[in-house]
Design a protein around this ligand. Structure first.
Ligand SMILES: C[S@@+](CC[C@H](N)C(=O)[O-])C[C@H]1O[C@@H](n2cnc3c(N)ncnc32)[C@H](O)[C@@H]1O
Length: 434
């Protein structure tokens, strides 16, 4: 993994939260100390400080400096190693706070080896979109005894994210019991995702998931569903060719592919020939605005200095002006993996103009939806909803129903206030309301 991602993932667990994880681990075993404890991604081995809770502790840490800085009580050791290639198993507890690293930032070779090893060892074929912490969770399960316990501080999102589906299916197949307590307080000031204490008890063979909300003091309030409401989390569904949603275009670096009006003029790029309207956010759009027409686009994007012109580098031939602009980008594209994997770094695959624009992230009850009469392309976190051959009245009705839909009750909060609807969840809603 790239070095900047290693240092970025080194977020230390506050001491009182370390104690809380230990408390919950011990409760699961009636207060009896553990024989052999493993901590994958141990950092400064702060989980080793609970000396009375174990006989032996092994921390595995990739960063030599971190490992060397650990002050260790008797019975504890830290090995400088990669947790994914760690061979020793048979631990009765795996406790800790594994690294959060998005799949885009994982070293491809490292990930391929890890996925292959999981497939061989356990027959679990994890997706390449799984976050590092999801892989660490699976590794924890494989390194613990048949009746072992896994207690980890991880983002709550793994309970619903499609990228962790295979892990959840494996746990269900083995019949292990899962308790996931999401924090109602911010544990890491700099981290956006909602933290949880996730406990997988391998000694229970009847399976089942329970959810709860936990405070810093350890008070737990049971939740009926992962959504935190009385409604189940939205399912994931495929759309139909007549009505579906799709993720916003990811051309590979909005600073390169999406220009402001000022940049467009500077490079003499012509509308339609070189650039088309696009939206990367609906955040600043007033709630009363229901339609993105030419005037709204002009006022709230073009004149407001937003990045709103998508360059037409998807075409076979680009104009001399656009070529000059692309040359001007220099080496900047090299930091975007999407560009580096293409034979021509700038030639992206185009998306259709959606009927509706939908903001995937929202606060409150529902998300913003706009009728897209300006024909803007949805980029990034803005989803496009394509209603093939829809009349404007149908589009209007659909938009109205989406605005009335109570998404809040049906999705999991990933960061403290912010909620996110996945594309396939939006498809499920479209099928329900259309
Ligand atoms: C979120 S930090 C947690 C550190 C410590 N356990 C704590 O709770 O404060 C994750 C740790 O995992 C380490 N790490 C990242 N990738 C690793 C790998 N492949 N193998 C072992 N450790 C790794 C990082 O260096 C970092 O110290």
């Amino acid at each position: 993994m790239k070095i900047e991602h290693l240092s970025r993932c080194q977020v230390s667990t506050p001491p009182e939260i370390v104690d809380l994880l230990w408390r919950l681990a011990l409760e699961r075993r009636q207060g009896k100390a553990f024989s052999r404890v493993l901590d994958l991604g141990a950092g400064d081995a702060r989980f080793a400080r609970a000396r009375n809770a174990y006989e032996s502790y092994t921390g595995v840490e990739l960063d030599k400096k971190k490992a060397q800085a650990a002050s260790l009580p008797a019975g504890a050791k830290v090995q400088v190693a990669d947790a994914m290639t760690w061979k020793e198993a048979g631990f009765d507890l795996c406790i800790g706070n594994p690294p959060y690293i998005r799949h885009h930032n994982l070293d491809r070779e490292w990930r391929a080896k890890a996925l292959e090893s999981f497939s061989k060892q356990a027959g679990v074929n994890m997706k390449s979109t799984a976050n590092a912490f999801v892989l660490f969770l699976l590794q924890a399960l494989l390194k613990t005894t048949d009746d072992g316990l896994v207690v980890q501080l991880v983002p709550f999102e793994w309970v619903t994210r499609p990228s962790a589906k295979e892990l959840r299916a494996y746990i269900d197949q083995m019949g292990w019991r899962v308790s996931v307590y999401r924090f109602n307080a911010k544990i890491f000031p700099s981290v956006l995702t909602t933290a949880s204490i996730s406990i997988i008890d391998k000694s229970a063979k009847m399976g089942g998931w329970e959810f709860g909300e936990i405070g810093r003091d350890g008070t737990i309030k049971a939740l009926e569903h992962a959504s935190g409401s009385s409604s189940a989390v939205l399912p994931y569904e495929k759309g139909t060719s007549a009505l579906y949603s799709r993720r916003g275009l990811s051309p590979g670096g909005q600073d390169i592919f999406v220009l402001t009006e000022q940049e467009r003029l500077h490079f003499s790029l012509q509308k339609r020939r070189d650039v088309v309207p696009c939206v990367t956010t609906l955040r600043h759009i007033p709630v009363e605005t229901k339609e993105l027409d030419g005037d709204v686009f002009q006022d709230l994007y073009v004149a407001a200095g937003k990045r709103c012109w998508l360059i037409r580098s998807d075409k076979e031939n680009v104009s001399p002006e656009l070529k000059t602009y692309l040359d001007h980008v220099g080496e900047r594209w090299k930091k975007y993996s999407t560009c580096t994997v293409r034979s021509t770094w700038w030639r992206y695959r185009p998306h259709p103009k959606p009927t509706l624009l939908f903001s995937s992230a929202f606060v409150g009850k529902t998300s913003k939806v706009l009728i897209n009469s300006a024909g803007a392309i949805a980029v990034g976190t803005v989803y496009g909803i394509i209603a093939a051959n829809a009349k404007s009245t149908t589009a209007g009705t659909l938009a109205k129903r989406l605005r009335q839909y109570d998404f809040q009750q049906r999705v999991v909060s990933h960061s403290n206030n912010l909620k996110k609807v996945e594309v396939k969840q939006l498809n499920a809603v479209l099928a329900e309301i259309s």
